[in-house]
Design a protein around this ligand. Sequence first.
Ligand SMILES: Cc1ncc(COP(=O)(O)O)c(C=O)c1O
Length: 392
Amino acid sequence: MATSAVMNTYGARAATLVKGEGAWLWDDKGNKYLDALSGIAVCGLGHSHPKIAAAVSTQASTLTHCSNFFEIPNQLQLADKLREISGMTNVFFGNSGAEANEAAIKMARLHGHKKGIKLPTVLVMDDAFHGRTLATLTASGSRKVQAGFEPLVHGFARGPFDDIRALETMGDNNPDICAIFVEPIQGEGGIRVADEEYLKKLRELCDQRGWLLMLDEVQTGNGRTGKYFCYQHSGILPDVVTTSKGLGNGVPIGACLASGEAAKLMQPGNHGSTFGGNPLSCAAGLAAVTAIVEGELDIRAGELGERIMAALKYGLADIDHVKEVRGRGCMIGVELTKPCKSLFMAAMDKGLIINVTADSVIRLLPPFVMTNEEADQLVSILVPLIKDFKKD
Ligand SMILES: Cc1ncc(COP(=O)(O)O)c(C=O)c1O
């Protein structure tokens, strides 16, 4: 067999998927799979959503791209819509999560320089994941992501997730810190949910020290945790929030939103993107955001997630090798006491698509359009697989 011309960054692929509809995917052999991954937290509205398909198709045959030298009406509309939903004031559009995060990191540095700090430092967390560009892999707390790409980028300090005291002490000892960058729930890190008061306390800490509070909602945003943005559970407003994944329901788009003084940091010439916020991606974004908000799919994500989590907790209650079932909305983790990567293929064989992250955490990121019956089907496939699991 000829080797693929695609660079080998992903290893062997599990199947060749050719079609999707709602919460279902089909491979090239006609096998059908229930999707509890949503293309890694992307397709919250499910596959082939008619409103997204129509918006993309109409826009593609009207104007696909024109560059940011020109005003783009649906970019303005999408920015307005995000402003209204989030309480933030301004939006920069890119094409991915990592790019949205690069914008945030650059803003932190502008903020630091404005305060007279020569080497502005962003405080990031153990086990974080922020992307694969050089700055975002440096911000990520995983040696696997960083190894081989040294020298890493300067200007980051790392502390433990969900530990305010430790961050206070780091701040006392490092006057160069000018921002905190954190995921409200760590996704790739293993669906780690922080204390209820965590974001509120981070907000207070940042206010006391003059630091920017920057949230990475690339995975938690766009309805996934039961509110449009996860920080909205805490009643706080960050200075900067990034999102991507679910924003275009599969069409690449990322956004870095800022509020107050942080929104004034970027000036003409500071940042840009050829494709960022182009008419095609904004058509998808506008259709997706509108469908989520008008269809109250964030609320649905919350209810669906609770149903799945409750059923998993019940079904796995007495299993020794199940450490914890946790999560919020449609971001669910089942942590085992041992590595379980092979469960991914075992689930595929049973017609279910899941993910395993942090070696031993089964991660479920179902689309919010999944019905209760489909959710029950998901649980009825997964529980016996976990119960019978021996080892990788
Ligand atoms: C929290 C978080 N930030 C950033 C990223 C990177 O996004 P992208 O792959 O679109 O660059 C991811 C991707 O998984 C993520 O989960």
